[in-house]
Design a protein around this ligand. Structure first.
Ligand code: COA
Ligand code: ADP
Length: 720
């Protein structure tokens, strides 16, 4: 799939034609091989230009082919070698993107011209791989070891201007890139090609190259959280420094074949497609993302300028949306205004832009919302207060304005019930800090209209978020699954673990932060307040209750007792850990927490036992996964991909493990079931360890592949 034309007499123009992004599928590779060979063999052709159709050069290897048993078609390495070895100049005309194999193809060409809006990069590391069509060997020869290490180990994209500065491209075109490339090709016809063949060039090595490579290795190991691809990337670049080209290519292939077969690569490729699949939502009655048009949002409003409201305001302004920001009184308004303005200035500085302070209008009057297209309420997490706000919104806002709540778990239907427009109400659950975190849960209430869901999903996308449509239940998807995870962590402390042991096990698994460090960061009083409201702790608890059982099930009062000691987490410098200062980030284990745990065990006659890291991972994560199966079976999430993306983008689940449901499939469902049964037997008063009905059904059906789990659901999402 490549078109061949002869233009301007001597130039062969080859156009890749593989929609949507001209990925290098077997057919496209065949097309390139055939057309390049034709051009090189035609005596009338003196130069060649390679471009892609529809304004996209090439999105890289065809990721869909990776899962196939055999790839078929010509392999990439000899295809690129044939381009480079030829005796006619080949110019890559890069529009849109040149990513992965696309950039490697361009590196196999002798010259590169990019459109000013084009982006270039080697994102293979984000798919658990490395650029294995010569990318790790040619790029260091072109732009130097340090810059190549940066691009290859992070997978980040660069703009055409940055690429020009780095020496990756020879020219940036403002207008017609293909035409510019054709003119360029004509000019270089007959010029010596040897200096342009990257495989024949030495890698320029600065004197400190060894230190550079060692530091890069130390850095990726620190950041990778157990991912193997970044480490392999550094090893491959090292080969470009220490070995001749062919031997370096051999090393690149060896490293790639290990990565290619790894479960990490499968997990990350699954994430690539899952991230795109979650945008295709479906609702009861058959409405879905394809047949529902979102309404444009040009004027938004945010109610409440606390932590969440400020972040949401900044996210909206960054996307160029005008915001009316409302607070209860002048004092709160001024505080909120000052912080929002500072945040906007900082954000603009980072992007070297002027802050758009003019886009926010601060007020204490709800009457100023009469023009808003969409309102996001972000007041305290308190149902009566939120209902009051929704009632007022319902009367002051335009009849066609969408009313959204940033609740993290309250009943969206109950909020909708106090308005005169339940169909215009949806949940928009942002994650703190809202202008940074990529996840948005869009909560569909019973009455939410398809248009309201489509508008909230589209708005999330505009804000740069991964938006996932979820059903309405306590905690929605993310926080509902977090509950058993947190409870298991507390039970482990009772039984003999320390916060640092539990955290170390979870961080070794790949979480950015263990459960106790995460709780300290979020603030321990948040959960405390929720438990008080639920009657699980505080003065309303029946004193005759078993101290470690509430509402008929095992309950750990440890987090409540910690709060009662005034330890609220990072914000006041003391939580499960001790911090360098209030708000400080340096956590150290606290001997007084150890003593507190020992006293607690003595008081309750618990003899501490040795708990290993495997038990921590199984108890915490299998409990969370088990709840994930319930979430699916209850129709709260449409499919395992939705849950996995929520955890990867909102809760620090390591991408190289694909998300909780993918991880369960990798571990093997029978093993997950067996371990849950084992722990349930050991802890009969912990109902969340009871294996879910869906997990049992899947195991009984021979543990089918994850993409068929939807067929086993009791209440599919679309039938809620
Ligand atoms: N192989 C196979 N399919 C690909 C692909 C690839 N390399 N790149 C994109 N696609 C598919 C997507 O899955 C999506 O399919 P869908 O519409 O069925 O969901 C479609 O092309 C459009 O991609 P999308 O990401 O939604 O469009 P975009 O315009 O936002 O971004 C890219 C385009 C190319 C920047 C982006 O898709 C991307 O980063 N692709 C991967 C690049 C990469 O990692 N290449 C190295 C491969 S080893
Ligand atoms: P969160 O951490 O969820 O953002 P905060 O407690 O930080 O919650 O902030 C909630 C904010 O909402 C506070 O600044 C409070 O003044 C504001 N607020 C509460 N009620 C109203 C209301 N009726 N209208 C506007 N703002 C409100």
């Amino acid at each position: 799939m490549a078109r061949y034309e002869q233009v301007h007499g001597s130039v062969a123009l080859i156009t890749l034609t593989g929609p949507p992004v001209n990925a290098l599928s077997a057919a496209v590779r065949q097309g390139i091989t055939d057309t390049v060979s034709r051009a090189l063999g035609d005596p009338e052709v003196k130069s060649v230009v390679i471009c892609g159709q529809n304004g996209v050069f090439c999105g890289g290897a065809d990721i869909r082919e990776f899962a196939k048993p055999t790839m078929g078609g010509p392999p990439l390495v000899p295809m690129m070698a044939a381009i480079e070895e030829g005796d006619k100049p080949v110019v890559a005309a890069i529009e849109g993107v040149a990513l992965g194999g696309g950039l490697e193809l361009a590196l196999g060409c002798h010259y590169r011209i990019a459109h000013s809006k084009a982006r270039l990069g080697l994102p293979e590391v984000t798919l658990g791989l490395l650029p294995a069509a010569g990318g790790t060997q040619r790029l260091p020869r072109l732009i130097g070891v340090a810059a190549a290490l940066d691009l290859i180990t992070t997978g980040r994209h660069v703009t055409a201007q940055q690429a020009l500065k780095l020496g990756m491209v020879d020219q940036v075109a403002e207008q017609n890139t293909v035409e510019a490339a054709i003119q360029f090709a004509k000019q270089v016809e007959g010029k010596p090609l040897l200096p342009r063949k990257l495989s024949l060039q030495p890698t320029a090595c600065p004197p400190e190259v060894d230190t550079l490579l060692e530091e890069a290795m130390a850095q990726v190991k620190r950041r990778a959280r157990g991912a193997i691809a970044p480490v392999a990337c550094v090893m491959a670049v090292r080969a470009a420094v220490t070995l001749p080209y062919q031997a370096g290519m051999q090393k690149e292939q060896e490293l790639m074949s290990t990565l290619f077969r790894s479960s990490q690569a499968r997990a990350m490729q699954y994430c690539f497609f899952a991230q795109r699949a979650v945008g295709r939502w479906k609702l009861p009655g058959g409405a879905h993302s394809v047949n529902t048009k979102p309404r444009p949002v040009t004027k938004a409003a945010v109610i409440g300028l606390g932590t969440m409201g400020r972040g949401i305001t900044v996210a909206l302004v960054k996307a160029g949306i005008a915001v009316v920001a409302v607070e209860t009184n002048d004092k709160q308004l001024q505080t909120g205004k000052q912080i929002v303005c500072e945040m906007l200035k900082r954000e603009a500085e980072k992007r070297k832009e002027t802050p758009r302070l003019d886009l926010v209008h601060f007020t204490t009057s709800l009457a100023e919302l009469k023009d808003s297209d969409l309102v996001i309420e972000a007041v305290f997490e308190d149902m009566p207060l939120k209902k009051q706000v929704f009632k007022e919104l319902s009367s002051v806002c335009r009849a066609d304005a969408f009313l959204c709540s940033n609740t993290s778990g309250l009943d969206v239907d109950e909020l909708a019930s106090v308005t005169r427009r339940p169909e215009m109400v949806v949940g928009m659950h942002f994650f703190a800090p809202a202008h940074v975190m990529r996840l948005l849960e869009v909560v569909c209430g019973r009455g939410s209209s398809p248009e309201a869901v489509a508008t909230a999903m589209q708005l999330g996308k505009r804000l740069g978020k991964v938006s996932v449509a979820v059903g309405n239940c306590s905690g929605f998807v993310g926080n509902r699954m977090l509950k058993p995870y947190l409870e298991e962590a507390n039970f482990l402390l009772e039984e003999g673990a320390t916060p640092e042991l539990v955290d170390a096990a979870l961080e070794e698994f790949g979480f950015a932060m263990g459960v106790f460090r995460m709780s300290d960061l979020s603030g321990l009083d948040v959960g405390w307040r929720i438990r008080k409201e639920a009657g699980l702790t505080g003065p309303d608890v029946d004193p005759r209750d078993h101290p470690r059982r509430r509402q008929g099930r095992r309950y750990s009062p440890l987090p409540d007792l910690v709060c009662e000691q005034g330890r609220l987490g990072q914000k006041n410098g003391r939580g499960w850990y001790l911090y360098d200062k209030p708000g400080g980030r340096v956590a150290t284990p606290d001997p007084s927490i150890h003593r507190f745990l020992e006293d607690y065990r003595l008081k309750h006659a618990i003899s501490p036992r040795h708990i290993d890291r495997q038990e921590v991972v199984e108890r915490c994560l299998f409990a969370l996964i088990n709840e994930g199966f319930r979430v699916l079976d209850d129709g709260i999430a449409a499919g395992p991909e939705d849950i996995d993306m929520i955890y990867v983008f909102g809760y620090g689940w390591p991408r190289h493990r694909g998300g909780p449901m993918f991880y369960a499939a990798m571990v093997g469902l029978p093993k997950v079931l067996e371990r849950l049964e084992h722990y349930r037997q050991a802890h009969p008063d912990v109902p969340h360890l009871e294996p879910s009905a869906l997990l049992r059904r899947l195991v009984d059906s021979g543990s089918p592949p994850i993409d068929t789990w939807r067929d086993f659901l009791q209440r599919p999402h679309s039938q809620l």
